[in-house]
Design a protein around this ligand. Structure first.
Ligand SMILES: NC(=O)c1ccc[n+]([C@@H]2O[C@H](COP(=O)([O-])OP(=O)(O)OC[C@H]3O[C@@H](n4cnc5c(N)ncnc54)[C@H](OP(=O)(O)O)[C@@H]3O)[C@@H](O)[C@H]2O)c1
Length: 253
């Protein structure tokens, strides 16, 4: 692992899920803004390349392995601790009812929910002395269950509820637990969708929104608002109207 020495007053972050997509774009942007970075994902090669281009440190880890995540946290927090920890790991496959697959539920539960639980277990005790921010990249798909997405939106909803439940107590300890709820952002995950994705953004645009949201107050960073606020509205509908909308607008084809 390359060591990164802090400069006076330099901001710092640990991004887990940095080897591609939104996490990769965010790492590039934060490095441009002068941040010191620890970069994690499973594949070492793209991490090493990113570490070289950003001056960061690469720590390959599988976030669905709690012991490995603890070991990685120990390395990250060995020196000056990062002020921001971002859990950006996630996985997605569409699953129509005809392809119901418990293996997929288990797999996506590990990467979309349990990885965040393991991260909190690894970093909260280490962040207590200094405080800081923990960001979980959840999804606007967590707002409500939608067709074809049960194995994805269920663990994302669990992550969102967990964050809502833990935030008040963590705030008292000086740790701000927050969520990112994006709409569609082009990546290998959205490349698996055959349907049209309204207001889909590029990862660089998403990274910009996340970077700008880091210093804002509040629990949620969400974008693009014209989509995510429509989904929030769907969340407020009573069940008969909600299911009528799903049948009318989503299952109509
Ligand atoms: N794209 C969207 O439209 C969208 C919308 C809402 C929310 N999100 C959420 O945003 C996050 C990033 O999504 P993305 O679209 O940028 O996905 P992506 O391009 O697939 O990137 C995911 C990153 O996580 C890493 N990763 C995956 N599983 C891992 C594991 N078990 N341990 C460690 N690292 C792991 C991947 O690298 P390795 O493969 O090398 O491990 C990669 O760096 C995810 O949580 C996703 O659910 C995405």
């Amino acid at each position: 692992m390359t060591q990164v020495s802090p400069r006076q007053g330099q901001r710092s972050a640990w991004i887990i899920g940095a080897s591609q997509g939104m996490g990769h774009a965010l790492a590039g942007l934060l490095a441009q803004r002068g941040w010191r970075l620890w970069l994690s994902a499973r594949r070492a090669q793209p991490l090493q390349e990113l570490a070289q281009s950003t001056g960061g440190a690469a720590i390959a880890v599988d976030a669905t392995d709690p012991a490995a995540l603890h070991a990685a946290a120990e390395r990250v927090f060995a020196g000056e601790p990062p002020e921001l920890v971002l859990m950006n790991v996630g996985d997605y496959r569409p699953m129509p009812l005809q392809e119901f697959d418990i293996g997929l539920f288990e797999q996506l539960n590990r990467s979309n929910y349990l990885a965040s639980v393991y991260l909190l277990d690894a970093v909260v005790p280490r962040m207590r002395p200094h405080g800081g921010q923990i960001l979980l990249n959840v999804s606007a798909a967590a707002y409500r269950g939608l067709p074809m997405g049960a194995p994805y939106s269920a663990p994302k909803a669990a992550t969102l509820h967990m964050a809502e439940a833990l935030r008040p107590e963590l705030m008292r300890e000086g740790i701000s637990l927050r969520v990112i709820n994006p709409g569609f952002v082009r990546s290998r995950l959205t490349d698996r969708n055959a349907f049209s994705m309204p207001f889909r953004m590029e990862p660089e645009q998403a990274a910009q929104r996340i970077a700008d949201g880091i210093d804002r107050r509040g629990f949620e960073i969400t974008f693009p608002r014209r989509l995510t606020w429509m989904l929030k509205l769907l969340r407020c509908l009573p069940y008969p109207l909600f299911f009528a909308s799903v049948n009318r607008w989503i299952l109509r084809t």
